[in-house]
Design a protein around this ligand. Structure first.
Ligand SMILES: Nc1ncnc2c1ncn2[C@@H]1O[C@H](COP(=O)(O)O)[C@@H](OP(=O)(O)O)[C@H]1O
Ligand SMILES: [Mg+2]
Ligand SMILES: [Mg+2]
Ligand SMILES: [Mg+2]
Length: 368
């Protein structure tokens, strides 16, 4: 019998690899290419839209009934003033999609991007009735094992480029796709075009894909090979010999609080600063030990697409992921985490000790 979510896994991998290609094309053409356009954010905006159109088009083809929660929408892509950007996005998306039989019109492009407007929560994935399925051609029928319940609940979530600032700097960014059912992440796939395939050889081949299915383990592979290798978190026994990861951007995660937590744990190594969910990937393959995301403002609510695939990858690799209060990330609420604050991701064995240092430092902040 095929493993659970085998079909979804294969299609999600394909979609993420294709979207990663779009991002790389945009980077080479518009960020460092001969036609450097501007030093503003337009290349990343173009890449965001194109990558979201590519993933959504592929998912809709295979899972037409599945709702999607994706970061981008088309409200800034529809007017006359965005005509040039719209045609660039259309061209880039079609370059990738045409070989697989899609030729999007402008209208279809906008529609595919806006497929990501679903509100999220613990609802959404609708399986078809057995009678309906039997009327379909065999290739489509095979996606619906007959024993699946007729109604389930869930949705996909996509961050077409996580780490937009890293993308523009030529640093780390990731295409992140996950399937959430009944508020639990079941499948996570991440494409990291600038991440070395082996962290032991940072100058070697770059372009690394990470995949996890709940209860099936965590895996990585090079973009250029379909051979997957199982990964696991580090076997660090004590936080004081740990290395921790944090955002490059101090406006996304407090560097000051992280330094105080590190001091409290006796950590002497410098933090590894990295953009995007590549941090989760780095923890999951044991290249660093602790990922801290420490709130900078009380108002900011973390987005589900910034954590869905990464958090599953780390837990499937033997880690524990909670927020700074020790609560599990709650994917049942909608597009954001109104009931969670920050993230603490570590190998399971040191999580309690790290969490208590996090709580102590954040409590000091409240007293000050
Ligand atoms: N004030 C804030 N606090 C925490 N995260 C924030 C933030 N403002 C933006 N972000 C999120 O931080 C993500 C990048 O995370 P990191 O700093 O780990 O690379 C951004 O994803 P995008 O780049 O997809 O927009 C964005 O969603
Ligand atoms: Mg993001
Ligand atoms: Mg993004
Ligand atoms: Mg963003």
């Amino acid at each position: 019998m095929a493993a659970a979510f085998a079909q979804e896994r294969a299609i999600a991998i394909h979609a993420v690899l294709q979207a990663s290609k779009v991002c790389q094309a945009v980077f080479h053409k518009l960020v460092v290419g001969p036609t450097v356009i501007k030093k503003d954010k337009s290349p990343v905006t173009i890449a965001d839209y194109s990558a979201q159109a590519v993933v959504n088009t592929i998912l809709v083809e295979h899972f037409p009934m599945d709702p999607m929660v994706a970061e981008e929408d088309t409200k800034d892509l529809r007017g006359d003033e965005s005509k040039v950007m719209r045609s660039k996005v259309l061209e880039l998306a079609n370059e990738i999609l045409a070989p697989e039989g899609h030729n999007l019109t402008e209208e279809k492009l906008l529609e595919s991007i806006d497929r990501g407007n679903y509100a999220g929560g613990a609802k959404g994935r609708t399986y078809h009735s057995a009678a309906r399925i039997s009327s379909w051609p065999p290739e489509r029928r095979s996606y619906f094992p007959p024993l699946l319940p007729l109604i389930s609940t869930g949705h996909w979530t996509l961050d077409p480029i996580d780490g937009t600032l890293g993308f523009l700097r030529g640093d780390q960014f990731a295409v992140c796709l996950a399937l959430i059912i009944d508020g639990e992440v079941q499948l996570g796939v991440m494409g990291c075009p600038n991440l070395p395939v082996s962290h032991l050889n940072p100058e070697g081949e770059k372009g690394c894909l990470f995949v996890a299915v709940k209860n099936q383990g965590a895996f990585q592979r090079a973009f250029t090979s379909s051979t997957e290798h199982r990964i696991s978190v580090s076997s660090v026994h004590s936080p004081h010999s740990a290395t921790f990861c944090e955002s490059v951007e101090a406006s996304h995660s407090s560097h000051d609080d992280a330094a105080r937590i590190a001091a409290r744990l006796g950590i002497t190594r410098d933090p590894v600063r990295m953009d995007s969910q590549a941090k989760y990937c780095t923890i999951a393959r044991g290249a660093a030990d602790i990922y801290l995301r420490l709130p900078v403002s009380a108002e900011y609510q973390e987005k589900i697409w910034d954590h869905a695939s990464g958090s599953l990858l780390v837990t499937e690799a033997g880690g524990t992921v909670t927020d700074v209060n020790g609560q599990p990330l709650n994917f049942t609420v909608g597009r954001v985490f109104p009931r969670n604050t920050g993230v603490v991701a570590t190998p399971a064995g040191i999580h309690a000790e790290v969490l208590s240092a996090v709580k102590a430092v954040l409590a000091e902040n409240k007293r000050d």
